[in-house]
Design a protein around this ligand. Structure first.
Ligand SMILES: Cc1cc2nc3c(=O)[nH]c(=O)nc-3n(C[C@H](O)[C@H](O)[C@H](O)COP(=O)(O)OP(=O)(O)OC[C@H]3O[C@@H](n4cnc5c(N)ncnc54)[C@H](O)[C@@H]3O)c2cc1C
Length: 534
């Protein structure tokens, strides 16, 4: 194995120095160079590496720093698309939901949802619609939908507004932890010899004498040095940032992305005490909205606000928070206020503009793959749930474009890193799947690492150490926002645990106190965007 790292844990750790060495020592072109380390790029890396191709991924910040850590955390067919009559899309997503449940059972769980009914027509209308949802899922179904009486609804959601409540419709969908799945996908790609670099923005596309893309230039953010690599095919998987790279290739390329931001607020778990989510099919602005129990907290979202350009740390607008609070207040007996918000996070949808490009080879209604004249393959749109299908379609195109030897896709049945037979095992480390044993060993070796870093969240020092040793966490933000979900769950608790986490990271990475201080002040700025003034 060429990572240059020992397989102490029975698998190949994500190891940035070893990956960088591999990139710098390589003399022959990579089969594929993928730009972007979100669900789309890492998914494509898993697909290609598992087929045996030589793959490198370059992410400008951390894996999942973009939209892929900021979703509603649902693995779903999309009841909204059902309302729109987009059956083919729903069928595709429901199938992918089933595959993901099978391949990452430690991270994807069945979650019951209730559509509360306050009008007489809602029970037959949504009851029938959700029966269609069950039927479309076929053998990939999670559980049948049923009509519930008023009492049955209140038994599941005792906090629901009782005034005018008639009953509800119960249905099932999938829930997951987006950035943890992304880390596990990166590990799966690495287990198949992919080379992945975070903190490596691609700054230039390289072209040969005929004007065809032959490689790229990237900056190692940790040293500031620029490096080059050559590749038979370069894949643009930069999500909401896709037009930026497309314009590096063709300065007059028509924009494809219409970015729109979605905000979630996080409340404590008492708003939904019994592990059943609320689905509001029609908000004031005609959207679907969810209130979901997640990691002992309550997630309420989302909004849909068009924005002009994407950024890595999008911030919520005051009106978006008010809208979420108002809508939640309409359905909950205890009305949440700004003071009850523990954290707020904002993500940018990489929506593809309708009719934006003439040479689109649309492989699904959801995602779009384009190939520029110089051979830049861009894969945009889609959603987390369908990342595997997007990756399969993308790599099929790349094989033809780069004239690679044809090899079949194997991801339908590929276990994702962490997979294990007893995935229903409870506990705060359950989401680590088969890796939980290594974290438990760390806690047994050093009892100080077994203690939670803050009383409000079950994050321990061992998780911080593990994130650095095996999951390529390089900054405090990586650990507190994406390897653990502290920042997303409770911004104040995350801020309070930051000094202890920074100290542990510095010890692991061999950094000094100045580094710790620099990490703490950078994290404070990021945490500010997850805080709500009241
Ligand atoms: C509010 C919201 C809720 C959602 N909820 C759900 C849900 O519940 N279920 C679901 O299935 N889907 C959901 N989605 C959709 C899903 O999250 C996205 O479709 C998916 O995460 C997009 O992944 P991506 O890899 O394309 O983009 P990203 O995750 O944004 O990744 C792109 C990456 O490219 C990197 N990059 C950009 N430029 C460069 C460069 N020059 N060099 C190197 N790297 C670069 C960025 O840093 C970024 O990390 C939701 C989306 C939003 C916004």
């Amino acid at each position: 194995m060429a990572t240059g790292d020992s397989a102490d844990y029975g698998f190949w750790k994500l190891n940035r120095p070893a990956f960088l060495r591999r990139v710098l020592e390589r003399r022959s072109p990579w089969d594929l160079a993928i730009v972007g380390g979100g669900a789309t790029g890492i998914g494509a890396a898993v697909d290609a590496a598992a087929r045996g191709y030589e793959v490198v991924v370059l992410e400008q910040s951390d894996f999942g720093k973009g939209t892929s850590s900021r979703s509603t955390k649902l693995v779903h067919g999309g009841v909204r698309y059902l309302q729109q009559g987009n059956l083919s899309l729903v069928i595709e997503a429901l199938k992918e939901r089933g595959l993901l449940f099978q391949n990452a059972p430690h991270l994807v769980h069945d979650l019951p949802f209730v559509v509360p009914n306050y009008q007489w027509w809602e029970a037959p209308f949504y009851g029938l619609g959700l029966k269609v949802y069950d039927l479309l899922a076929g053998k990939f179904g999670f559980g049948r939908s049923v009509l519930l009486s008023r009492e049955e609804v209140l038994d599941r959601i005792p906090t629901l507004e009782r005034d005018g409540l008639r009953g509800g419709v119960l249905y099932h969908d999938g829930q997951f932890d987006d950035s943890r799945l992304l880390v596990n996908l990166a590990q799966t790609a690495a287990d198949h010899r992919a080379c992945l670099l975070n903190y490596s923005p691609v700054t230039k596309l390289l072209k040969d004498a005929e004007g065809l893309i032959s490689g790229l230039e990237f900056r190692d953010e940790e040293t500031g040095l620029e490096h080059r690599l050559s590749a038979r095919c370069v894949i643009n998987a930069t999500g909401a940032f896709s037009d930026g790279l497309r314009r590096q290739d063709e300065p007059d390329a028509e924009p494809m992305i219409a970015p729109s931001q979605g905000v979630h607020i996080v409340l404590d778990g008492s708003y939904l005490p019994r592990r059943t989510a609320i689905m509001v099919p029609h908000t004031r602005d005609g959207r679907v909205m969810f209130a979901i129990p997640w990691q002992g907290h309550t997630l309420v979202g989302t909004t849909d606000t068009p924005i002009t350009s994407p950024s890595l740390e999008p911030r919520p607008m005051a009106g978006e928070i008010d809208f979420l609070l108002e809508t939640a207040a309409g359905y909950l007996t205890r009305r949440p206020s700004r003071a009850d918000i523990l954290s707020v996070f904002t993500g940018i949808r990489p929506l593809v503009k309708a009719g934006s490009v003439a040479n689109t080879s649309s492989l699904s209604r959801e995602h779009t793959i384009t190939i520029s004249k110089s051979g830049l393959l861009s894969v945009v749109g889609g959603k987390w749930t369908t990342y595997r299908k997007m990756a399969e379609d993308c790599i099929e195109q790349a094989i033809v474009l780069a004239r690679l030897e044809e090899r079949p896709c194997v991801t339908r049945e590929l276990h994702i890193h962490g997979w294990h037979r007893d995935a229903t095992e409870p506990g705060s480390l359950a989401g680590y799947g088969s890796d939980a044993q290594f974290i438990k060993s760390l806690e047994a070796e050093r009892h100080d690492l077994a203690e939670p870093l803050h009383a409000a969240l079950p994050v321990t020092g061992a998780q911080v150490v593990w994130a650095v040793r095996a999951e390529m966490a390089r900054t405090l933000d990586d650990v507190l926002a994406r390897r653990t979900r502290a920042l997303f769950l409770n911004v104040r608790a995350a801020q309070a645990m930051a000094p202890a986490a920074a100290r542990l990271m510095a010890q692991e990475l061999g950094k000094d106190e100045a580094w710790e201080q620099q990490q703490l002040s950078a994290f404070e700025k990021i945490a500010d965007g997850f805080s709500v003034a009241y």
